[in-house]
Ligand binder design. Sequence first.
Ligand SMILES: Nc1ncnc2c1ncn2[C@@H]1O[C@H](COP(=O)(O)OP(=O)(O)OP(=O)(O)O)[C@@H](O)[C@H]1O
Length: 450
Amino acid sequence: MSGTDSLIPPSTEVENSVALKTDQVENNTFSSKASSLFDEVVKKNPFFAAGGGLMILGSALALARAGIKSGSAFAYRQLLIDLEIPSKDKSYLWFLQWVGKYPNRSSRQLSVETSFQQHDNGSVTTNFQFVPGPGRHFIKYKGAYMLIRRERSGKMVDMTNGSPFETVTLTTLYRDRDLFKELLMEAKELATKQNEGKTVIYTSWGPEWRPFGQPKSKRQLSSVILDESIGDKILEDVKDFMGNGDWYFDRGIPYRRGYLLHGPPGSGKTSFIQALAGHLDYNICILNLAEANLTDDRLNHLMNHIPERSILLLEDVDAAFNKREQTNDQGFNNSGVTFSGLLNALDGVTSSEETITFMTTNHPEKLDAAILRPGRIDFKQYIGNATLYQMEKMFLKFYPNEFEKCQQFMEYCKTVDKKSHISTAQLQGIFVMNKNDCDGSIEMIKQVYK
Ligand SMILES: Nc1ncnc2c1ncn2[C@@H]1O[C@H](COP(=O)(O)OP(=O)(O)OP(=O)(O)O)[C@@H](O)[C@H]1O
């Protein structure tokens, strides 16, 4: 082996170490190239440097935003509470009326609600109430701040009256959630107070009951003059029914009572029912069975959703149903209510609430026996034309203290043929025409009532 041989490493080792070195050299050149390229592109290129910075900043911001968003949603869920009042709910109008009068509120979008108020002397005043319109409003209620959002659903419209569906959402701190109930109770009490001493007349509006005009001043029961003791008899029966709810429930009997007042037109049937409702502090729901587009379903729904403390009044019940057939004369052919639909609704299968139903008719003989059976009609009362008792009372109601003239009037009335009739409405008409002239009334009676 030569001296040079020992200096020369075996060829494979040399190759390997050369390859290693070459790799290292290549790597080093690559990394130095990359770093110089990075320097070139990133550090030296101002656009890229700024973009990278922005990208990092943007991502950080996006992250922070998402964090804040989910954090605030979490905080919202933990700290705040919402109450939604849809426009279909009874408390919706109560709330708007209440908030319209509430002093501690800040609202920039207002909406007007116009109402008319009739006074006892007949004059009418117009009231404009400004209530929060669609948008955001703030109130401070019992120390708590509340956000009110009134929103209109753009697409949905209440088909019964064409008004858009709305919601009011109240938001407050979770710890103040009990104030919602207090606020709604206050709103309800305010609405009830406004109707104090008044009778609200409800009529059907699509499938629901709506107040018809402004609440009316209560009619005094004594202002409707029925024949001796008839009024007292009905009143006693209604009071007895109202005071015996437990008796009905204990025996599993549906807690309802049906009354039928029948008799000639203008004898005071409707007036008596209105005065009775006022006396009992009840409202009245009037339903006309001959109403166009009234169907069995709507009738059933209406009769099972009568507003609280209300008497249901079905007027001229014979007009729509006549011996199980709908009458076509007088245009009463639009109603879609069937005879069995009426019976089912009267039975109120789904209702366990107190129900007082009054029906009136001029022709009881036309009513089917199925309607007249107890459970549907429990109390029948004939309200006829003016009797001598009523004539005297009515005369003195219109001409108080005119006792002598009253005697003269009564002497004439007693001579009239027993077959002759005059209705209390006719009598009232004559007295109204001769407001301050009782002699004029007596003369007129002689011409009409012979
Ligand atoms: N007995 C009465 N006492 C006082 N007012 C009466 C009496 N009867 C009728 N009237 C007056 O006559 C008008 C008509 O009365 P009301 O509508 O109550 O009669 P009705 O019997 O219901 O008639 P109809 O059967 O035609 O519906 C009312 O203004 C009412 O004040």
